[in-house]
Design a protein around this ligand. Structure first.
Ligand SMILES: C[S@@+](CC[C@H](N)C(=O)[O-])C[C@H]1O[C@@H](n2cnc3c(N)ncnc32)[C@H](O)[C@@H]1O
Length: 288
């Protein structure tokens, strides 16, 4: 990926997510999902991504992430933050801005760019409502110390009432918080990198920690070493989280002739975006 230029940033703005942050949801259709494969640029980008999968990742994904060394500079981080906003529509995020929410958890937060978008969404809602806000803690956890270092260096709180904090941690070992410590948790691209046993363990731990609900974005396409899970919403229901929203989105806006991302970071993959709310949230007096 070359150093993004102001023109590259401007091109992303033309995707329309400033005017409508959920534009990816209306952009998707089943017909378009099929039509992607007739598109030579998408097919080639897909095949190149599949072929270039790291051997270390295929051998042992957890060791791969744990030992990953990937410092990122601010222009790339800012570009990817804006680029990824397309396929992380803020479905259900208004709940994070409502009084009663105190803590949010982003598991597998990577470089913290989408974690920061969550904090910015809340701050934006408060400002739009001319409201001062309330103390809110947003915690990002990732297995990769290098990515946590990136997040700490680059993701600053957008509002005086919001604390943004990043920790190195392994959700499979259990995160050291009390049951229902967080109001909501998010997993953006986490389950797709976990095998079935690990995905179950991660989901159990997030269920234990989340009093009110979960937001999930996860890949649905087939790639070596990645695990599409079209029935993930049912796994949430089985754990007491009822579906509030379930969508499919492309990784970038659909165009007949191929990718529109100026830096061509990813093919036009399909993802699921889920928001599920606890059907029987705990009594507040039973929480911490
Ligand atoms: C595909 S990346 C997604 C990163 C970020 N959420 C985003 O949307 O850009 C998956 C992330 O999950 C993290 N991860 C994998 N296994 C984990 C585990 N056991 N505990 C915590 N994080 C984990 C990886 O280190 C990686 O940063």
């Amino acid at each position: 990926m070359h150093v993004p230029t102001p023109a590259d940033f401007h091109e992303l703005d033309r995707w329309g997510i400033i005017e409508d942050p959920t534009a990816a949801i209306t952009d998707y259709s089943e017909a378009r999902e099929r039509a992607r494969w007739a598109n030579e640029r998408h097919q080639r980008a897909h095949d190149e991504h599949a072929e270039n999968t790291s051997e270390a990742f295929l051998d042992d994904p957890q060791s791969y992430f744990r030992s990953l060394e990937r410092p990122i500079d601010r222009p790339k981080w800012a570009y990817l933050k804006r680029r990824k906003a397309w396929f992380h529509p803020p479905v259900g995020w208004d709940r994070f801005a409502a009084p009663g929410t105190a803590r949010l958890l982003d598991v597998g937060c990577g470089d913290g760019d989408q974690t920061l978008r969550v904090a910015e969404h809340v701050a934006g809602r408060w400002v739009a409502a001319d409201y001062d806000g309330f103390p809110l803690e947003v915690v990002g956890v990732d297995l990769s110390a290098s990515r946590v270092e990136n997040a700490r260096r680059l993701a600053d709180s957008p509002h005086p009432k919001i604390t943004v904090r990043f920790e190195q941690g392994d959700v499979l070992d259990g995160l050291g918080y009390a049951d229902d410590f967080f109001d909501y948790s998010l997993a953006m691209g986490l389950f797709e990198v976990l095998d079935d046993d690990h995905a179950t363990a991660a989901l159990d731990e997030m269920t234990r920690l989340s009093a009110h609900g979960m937001y999930v974005r996860d890949l649905l396409d087939e790639y070596p070493g990645l695990q599409p899970r079209p029935h993930l919403a049912e796994s949430l229901t089985d754990r007491g989280f009822e579906s509030v929203a379930s969508h499919r989105v492309f990784e970038e806006p659909f165009v007949e002739e191929g990718t529109r991302d100026p830096l061509a970071v990813w093919p036009m993959n399909v993802h699921q975006v889920l928001f599920a709310a606890a059907s029987a949230p705990p009594d507040p007096t039973d929480r911490y």
